[in-house]
Design a protein. Structure first.
Length: 94
């Protein structure tokens, strides 16, 4: 069985089975989450990484449901990833 895509994970977290809002709502929010992680200093944003999936899921849930606990959890994960060497961008030698 293939691993679930980040879009499927987010849709499941929202308890949505319909794909009607994927392109107009969920996909842009997922992209915004990835951009926010990158802006915070997370060099590696890998959709298959469980911590990255959790961060993106919480970001989208907060944006839709406006639950401050979700925002706080997202911020904690984001800040932890930003200082964790496992999430630093790999720089190729010139």
């Amino acid at each position: 069985m293939a691993a679930a895509s980040i879009l499927e994970i987010v849709r499941a977290a929202l308890r949505r089975s319909s794909t009607s809002l994927d392109a107009t709502e969920l996909t842009p929010l997922i992209a915004a989450a990835k951009s926010d992680l990158s802006a915070a200093g997370v060099g590696v944003v890998d959709d298959t990484d469980p911590l990255t999936q959790a961060a993106i899921r919480l970001f989208v849930l907060y944006q839709i449901e406006r639950d401050e606990k979700q925002k706080a959890f997202y911020e904690q994960i984001k800040n932890g990833m930003a200082i964790n060497s496992d999430y630093e961008a790999v720089v190729a030698d010139a």
